[in-house]
Design a protein around this ligand. Sequence first.
Ligand code: HEM
Ligand SMILES: *[C@@H]1O[C@H](CO)[C@@H](O)[C@H](O)[C@H]1NC(C)=O
Length: 520
Amino acid sequence: MSWMHHLLYLIIASFGFIFVQLLRLKFSPRGAVWAKLDAVGATPGDCLPSFARDVLSSIVLTRKFANEGYRKFNKALDRPYALPTPWVRGSSVMVLPPSQIPLLARLDKTGDSEWTNLRGLVETTQLPYIIDDANIYQNVLHFDIVRQKMAHRDMSRLAPVTADEIDHSFRDIWGTDVEWRTINGWEACGRIISRAAQRILIGLPLSRDETMLETSRHYANSLLVGGAIINCFPPSIRWLVAPLIAVRARYFQARYVKMLLPLVQERISQWEAGKDGGPDDFLQWMIAICARDPEQLNATRIALRLASLLTPLIFAICYVFAHCVLGIHGSADRADILAGLEEECARVSAQHGGLATSASTDALRRVDSVLRESMRVSDVSVTNIFRDVVAGEVDVGHGLRVGPGVRMVFPTQDIHLDPDNYVDPERFDAFRFSRSFENGDRRGGEQEFITTATPSFMPFGYGRHVCPGRWFAAQSMKQTLAYLVLNYDVELVGPPSKRKALLNMMVPPVDTQIRIRQKV
Ligand code: HEM
Ligand SMILES: *[C@@H]1O[C@H](CO)[C@@H](O)[C@H](O)[C@H]1NC(C)=O
């Protein structure tokens, strides 16, 4: 994917100049709240060239800016601050301090104000440039299905299905060779995860179709990369560049939808013919819900909704899983971590007669801890949990009232790496969350699992919109990691790669090579 880096630098360089000019022309009037806010770097009130320079630098320096703002304003003064970014109109987002996390429990709509998380989600990938039918991302009924059908209680039903798929995919994709061979670590992890995810999404046999799988992985990746690149351009010139950048994602989306359509049509006709039951997969759950509204029982629409779920289902899970595998093998404590994991997986597997049930995955406390720890140190983004006020004003403390036109975000990465929250926070300490709960010791309270969102652990968000897919993500990642630990030897080729931010996104290690062989 290094074409993406070249393209990116080219774009940044050639548009830097135009950007400054356009920013000057199109600079929009800003809400009064910005005037009362501290800022990292230049403020909009400063001379335009230096503000424009900082907005442009945020493409590569967001992480550094955010660290500084977190320290100086969020922590020292308990105040929000303005972080420069071309992502939004007005060229700054408001980063709220940790003391405002309780706001995330509020109803979206209260007596005097309303806010939404959808705009930020949609604008991370810039969906409107990819999907022509706005209903897909404005009327998110597929979110409700995740909430209803992928809840904690559903995991025991899904566990044997994903376990079966993971076993098949490892054998097909990683193979059974006992000789070392070198593969791309990101892709190797991604291909296993996408098969498990796709199995739950559309069921056999289509879920194992190689072209379908490749298309879905390319779609999820190009959507995220494309979205990140579009967001490097200020909103006022996106109309010009975004359609070009979006071509790749649109192409894979069209292919995916085309391959999926016959299956969706067949399922709809079966449903209409009154046949009860049908397979236990996302497509079927969706048809049952869409059938309530003739506008929604539209095969293209349903296929597009499934496509839009590929980002969390494939990209996000793959991101976390691949970072965890690379984190373990790049750690100085690698041997101890692997020994600890292997011991636990073998023991739990023996007790439960395999690892294909929820009860057995729930018993994998160290596996849970290492994944949670990896999510803590290897965040997907610098800031996360986006909120846009759509009506009225939201009080964010210190007499600051925020109205429409301001995007609020939380400094999640800084919270996860704050020494006040974690001892030795930069260290990847695999059993940080399980250590004190070994041997059934409950004196320290209950173990915090991957799925436990706390004010110091928010990779899945927090509060009212906390990720409803986290039960599935956690269970399938635990199953996959346990399988890997029990069945394969893995080594990193070369040193672990340094993590870089592209705007708000932490760029994944897409070029890291690993050596693998099946255990004898
Ligand atoms: C490791 C993988 C994942 C990560 C890191 C992740 C992260 C997140 C985060 C941070 C949010 C919060 C958004 C907010 O508060 O505004 C969220 C929401 C959401 N996630 Fe995930 N997610 C993952 C996997 C999944 C999966 C597998 C699914 C579905 C199958 C899913 C479906 C959703 C949905 C529907 C929402 C919106 C909830 C709402 O608006 O109330 N996620 N996710
Ligand atoms: C089905 O949805 C697609 C796009 O989402 C739309 O273009 C098409 O007109 C819809 N078909 C019907 C019959 O409404």
